[in-house]
Unconditional design. Structure first.
Length: 310
């Protein structure tokens, strides 16, 4: 147990708060990189939207050559875009790991549970914990299937930090769906009463609807001829409709995993903030690339990711 307790640092902060801080900090970092043009050109774009390193910035005065060379060097640390599959392998593995840890009262689960001090505070019900846990596993399995079955050979690469941040996101997300339900998990080992979820049927329907539409969007995109403008379904209104559905999926998880007396699960809501910002800046780059490739009129009226918002 002493080794398990060493997994988390000895700080007087709830695990849920640590996760919330991570998601918001990661979102702030992504937003900062997006705002600063030399960073954005080198570190955000990938695949067909990426510029060669030497084109990422106009020539600089000699006094700034060192800084430019440093940025150019950092931008060379890249991994294959196909490594996105690792995200979903990790997501599924972590969902199963935490299920095993809870079922066996394992040291990793205890390391988190023992640091949850607000045992008498608002908690997810056991049923909501199980439901959110299962849906996160389903999300990981579906995306893993899509990354294998709905993919084409590609030479696209991405900055290594994208990959690391994605791994951290899915590892922490597997905890976020249940961490605000630790009091319920500690108080009962009984089978959940699924009838208690009847008030959340609409949320389940939203999750299923968004998941199906995202799957159809991914299937549609992979079937397009390379560098073709998507123009069917929601893509008529939204440049990155598949990103919109991703945000809706995490919104549904936040609603479903809400503790008693609360509308949202704050930890999952912070994860949604990261997802929205991370995908939102990518959607902005995608729209700009479409305008360059196909003309401004081709996507001028389309939202980047969220209709009437972005």
């Amino acid at each position: 147990m002493e080794r398990a307790n060493a997994v988390l640092p000895e700080v007087d902060i709830e695990p849920a708060q640590l996760l919330q801080a991570f998601f918001l900090t990661a979102a702030l970092i992504v937003l900062t990189v997006y705002i600063i043009e030399p960073f954005r050109a080198r570190f955000l774009a990938y695949g067909s939207r990426a510029l060669p390193v030497q084109q990422a910035d106009p020539p600089k005065p000699e006094t700034r050559a060192g800084a430019v060379r440093l940025l150019d060097h950092l931008a060379t640390y890249q991994v294959p875009h196909s490594w996105f599959t690792h995200f979903y392998v990790l997501s599924v593995a972590c969902s199963l790991l935490w299920a095993q840890q809870y079922a066996s009262n394992g040291p990793l689960f205890r390391a988190i549970a023992d640091r949850t001090h607000d045992i008498d505070g608002p908690s997810q019900s056991l049923e909501r914990v199980y439901a959110a846990w299962v849906l996160m596993l389903v999300q990981g399995l579906r995306r893993l299937y899509e990354s294998i079955a709905l993919s084409r050979p590609s030479t696209s690469r991405m900055w290594v930090t994208h990959w690391i941040l994605g791994l951290l996101f899915y590892a922490t997300m597997s905890v976020s769906v249940w961490v605000e339900g630790v009091p319920a998990l500690l108080s009962s080992r009984e089978a959940p009463n699924l009838f208690a979820l009847r008030g959340s049927i609409y949320v389940l329907c939203i999750f299923i609807w968004a998941s199906m539409n995202q799957h159809f969007a991914h299937a549609y995109l992979v079937g397009l001829r390379k560098y073709t403008l998507p123009s069917k379904g929601m893509f008529k209104k939204v440049v990155c409709a598949h990103y919109l559905f991703e945000c809706i999926i995490y919104l549904a998880l936040s609603l479903l995993a809400a503790p008693a007396g609360q509308v949202f699960n704050k930890t999952v809501l912070c994860a949604l903030a990261f997802v929205a910002i991370n995908l939102g800046v990518t959607a902005d780059g995608t729209k700009a690339w479409y305008e360059t490739k196909f003309g401004r009129d081709s996507v001028g009226e389309r939202a980047r990711m969220i209709p009437f918002v972005w």
